[in-house]
Design a binder for this molecule. Structure first.
Ligand SMILES: Cc1cc2nc3c(=O)[nH]c(=O)nc-3n(C[C@H](O)[C@H](O)[C@H](O)COP(=O)(O)OP(=O)(O)OC[C@H]3O[C@@H](n4cnc5c(N)ncnc54)[C@H](O)[C@@H]3O)c2cc1C
Ligand SMILES: NC(=O)c1ccc[n+]([C@@H]2O[C@H](COP(=O)([O-])OP(=O)(O)OC[C@H]3O[C@@H](n4cnc5c(N)ncnc54)[C@H](O)[C@@H]3O)[C@@H](O)[C@H]2O)c1
Length: 453
């Protein structure tokens, strides 16, 4: 093997987080190697956020058109998948080609290496027969991959993960979805709105189990309204595939579907990284980081691998902190109190910070405000499609919000206000004295805040 090339920084994985770190460090004048074995940009643009939200946008347009009767006349809606598949292939992913993204990075002065990287010691990375010695250190941004549960018969069948569901040029007649988290719910609704017969099988007692119970109810009602068969508290015991999939649940129920989507969570890609060469545990679920995203000697970690929340905005947030630390720029460290997330169902389910349950578990003196959107003026005006609610969770001792959920037409947008309040610890008294525009959905904040006084 040739002698190690001396550089400033090696970034392993150029997904959302890694591309941001590598690009900014290169633009700042450092000698940066960026290593990626699939596509620069990672899961979000090619198989995650962007293509799935293109599907959601299209499904929502269909749903809104179907709401015209009773509001504005009549509508005949014919759903076609071809424009959705075309937008994903041509506009969003360049047919799963990352040339533009690679050029973006090299244009900032970075050196791109296509391949699988592994650590060989502090600051040292191997990619194929190339070795790099990074004087400042290595940034791990290797993201997550779909978890495939060890169900009898599943391995070896042509099951789908989010990748095949996103790449589909045509739709199946029917689809079984294992897992009712964000991926399962979003794809189930989008597919159902294009006429696919969808069944969701969720192991825990409710969908979106990490969120408020009220969010789970909204999600279930929304899916069922679109004809999705939702089964909760059920486990798959066996999978078989001939022409179609057969999933046998532990209670003996047999379900069939043309496709089977596995959406049972994601796991950090850590096991093949050579973490043992830098004193870290390769069997760990995530890389533990301090508030500067440092994970060990000459090692930073950002994005899904840190386990703080598998979201693009989290990867970007942590990338910014790591960049500032590597460049010695200072500034605020990581603070996860106000982590926002949006499940892009119709209605959208936005949430930030703690759920009521988490706040009680944390021993806070909890107060809760809750308003169903259909009881607000805007909800009444909106009519069909006005499902949702605002729920605010306050720490009564400190007089501030610690979390909230905004489910509804613009739930993903509304959560921004709660996010600011939690992040900046705005006193509930100050929020109560605010003026909320009439008739908006967010005017419901005024009502939801009243019990928190
Ligand atoms: C279906 C779906 C929908 C989603 N929707 C949303 C959404 O609406 N909003 C949101 O905020 N988040 C969403 N997410 C989550 C979001 O995509 C991730 O949080 C984000 O991509 C994480 O960025 P990352 O850089 O940590 O990892 P990734 O984007 O996974 O990038 C990691 C990169 O590292 C590369 N890599 C791994 N190991 C190596 C190695 N050894 N050598 C070289 N390269 C390596 C991988 O090929 C990959 O490109 C969604 C995810 C999925 C799957
Ligand atoms: N809108 C967004 O921001 C968005 C969208 C999609 C994904 N994501 C990110 O990607 C992550 C992964 O999404 P996900 O939906 O795969 O994971 P998830 O962890 O959110 O949900 C997985 C679900 O599968 C269930 N499950 C696990 N094993 C099962 C089994 N054997 N049988 C039946 N059910 C089982 C779990 O109980 C859980 O409810 C999310 O947590 C989120 O961070 C975000």
């Amino acid at each position: 093997m040739a002698e190690a090339r001396q550089v400033d920084v090696v970034v392993v994985g150029l997904g959302v987080g890694g591309e941001e770190v590598a690009g900014r460090l290169a633009a700042a004048g450092l000698d940066v190697i960026g290593v990626e074995h699939r596509l620069v940009g990672g899961e979000c643009p090619y198989w995650g956020c962007i293509p799935t939200k293109i599907m959601v946008r299209a499904g929502n347009a269909l749903a809104e058109a179907r709401r015209i009767p009773g509001l504005a006349g009549s509508s005949t809606v014919e759903a076609h998948w071809a424009p959705v598949a075309r937008r994903i292939r041509d506009e969003a992913t360049d047919d799963w080609n990352d040339k533009v993204a690679v050029d973006r990075f090299t244009g900032k002065g970075g050196t791109f290496v296509r391949g699988t990287a592994s650590l060989t010691g502090p600051g040292r990375v191997r990619v194929g027969d190339q070795e790099f010695a990074a004087s400042r250190g290595v940034v791990i941004a290797t993201g997550t991959a779909a978890v495939i549960p060890p169900i009898e018969g599943l391995s070896g069948t042509p099951y789908w993960t989010n990748r095949e569901a996103v790449e589909a040029a045509t739709l199946p007649a029917s689809m079984l979805v294992l897992g009712g988290g964000a991926i399962g719910c979003e794809l189930a609704q989008a597919y159902a709105r294009f006429g696919v017969r969808v069944t969701v099988i969720e192991g825990s007692p409710r969908l979106l189990a990490q969120e408020e119970p009220e969010s789970s109810e909204v999600a279930r009602a929304a899916l069922e309204a679109d004809g999705v068969h939702v089964i909760t508290g059920a486990r798959a015991a066996r999978v078989a595939h001939e022409d179609t999939f057969q999933v046998t649940l532990t209670d003996g129920t047999v379900l069939t579907g043309e496709k089977l989507l596995i959406a049972t969570g994601r796991a950090a890609r850590l096991s093949e990284l050579g973490l043992e060469t830098v004193g870290l545990d390769p069997a760990a679920r995530h890389l533990t980081t301090d508030d500067r995203m440092r994970a060990g000697e000459k090692i930073w970690a950002v994005g899904d691998v840190t386990g703080h929340g598998a979201f693009t905005h989290m990867a970007m947030y942590e990338a910014d902190i790591a960049v500032r630390d590597i460049l010695g720029e200072g500034g605020p460290g990581a603070d996860y109190r106000a982590l926002p997330r949006v499940t892009f169902l119709d209605p959208e389910i936005g949430a930030v910070g703690m759920t009521e349950h988490q706040a009680r578990e944390a021993g806070l003196n909890v107060r809760v405000g809750y308003v169903p959107l259909n009881q607000t003026s805007r909800g009444f005006i909106h009519g069909p499609g006005n499902e949702g609610f605002i729920k605010l969770v306050a720490d009564a001792d400190r007089g501030v919000l610690v979390g909230g959920t905004t489910a509804g037409q613009s739930g993903g947008e509304m959560i921004g206000a709660v996010s600011v309040a939690v992040h900046a610890a705005v006193p509930v008294a100050t929020l109560l004295s605010s003026i909320w525009a009439y008739p908006t959905f967010h005017r419901g904040f005024g009502e939801a805040l009243k019990p928190l006084a």
